[in-house]
Design a protein around this ligand. Sequence first.
Ligand SMILES: Nc1ncnc2c1ncn2[C@@H]1O[C@H](COP(=O)(O)OP(=O)(O)OP(=O)(O)O)[C@@H](O)[C@H]1O
Ligand SMILES: [Mg+2]
Length: 254
Amino acid sequence: MSATLAVEGLSVAFGGVKAVDALSFSVEAGTIKGVIGPNGAGKTTLFNAISGFVAPQAGRVRVGGRDVTRLRPQARAALGLARTFQNLQLFARMTVLENVMVGAHVHLASGWLAGLLGLARREGQQAEALARVQLARLGLEAHAGRRAGDLGFAEGKLVEIARALAASPQLLLLDEPIAGVPLHDQRRIAEVIRSVRAGGTTILLVEHNMRVVMDLCDEILVMHHGARLAEGPPAQVAHDPDVIAAYLGTAAHA
Ligand SMILES: Nc1ncnc2c1ncn2[C@@H]1O[C@H](COP(=O)(O)OP(=O)(O)OP(=O)(O)O)[C@@H](O)[C@H]1O
Ligand SMILES: [Mg+2]
């Protein structure tokens, strides 16, 4: 198997805080790697550096063997990288359908803005068809015409996932996709994540819910103060004394 994502010696600092500290790991094609660690461990900053929203001080990010470290977020998206945001980043004035169509337009020639403005009619139709498939997958058909700004937090999370999937990503980064979502939607999201992996997409998953992480992930990377504390299959990581001491031991009682 080959690595879809390779992170090499990555460091991101904010002032004196080393949010990501000389971190290296890779994710094999078609697998799910969980990223866990206490609040402030650097998980979201890692996602931001992989997707191009913050510039690292050192290190490299490779997607499908290609060095993307200096590319803008849109260029990484065009290479097959999609993500969701821990704090939602939807276009509040656009409808649910339009938000998801933005994801689909990543692969269409004229871009999402032209599509939404009706400048490329056929592409708009293609994007809508792609978007509607993902809306159905996440149980959002009835919400297609609602303004994203009127949605509750949990509904917004489902829309974020639908938008990322509409881009048919090779590599998908999910930042706490089930946090703050009711149980029946949690189950639906977990099923969707499984089926996305079955379709060949490689996934990096940040999530605090240990049961879900242990259940879904092929491997887990444990971060602590921006660095790697442990890495391996779920059962191995769960029994790692360093992990229990630094994280699971306290989280189990939270
Ligand atoms: N834009 C920023 N400016 C300054 N400091 C930041 C910024 N983003 C993150 N940090 C700091 O970097 C560290 C890592 O934060 P990050 O959000 O990556 O952690 P996290 O593991 O995602 O935490 P959580 O589980 O709470 O989401 C923290 O100390 C945080 O305060
Ligand atoms: Mg975070």
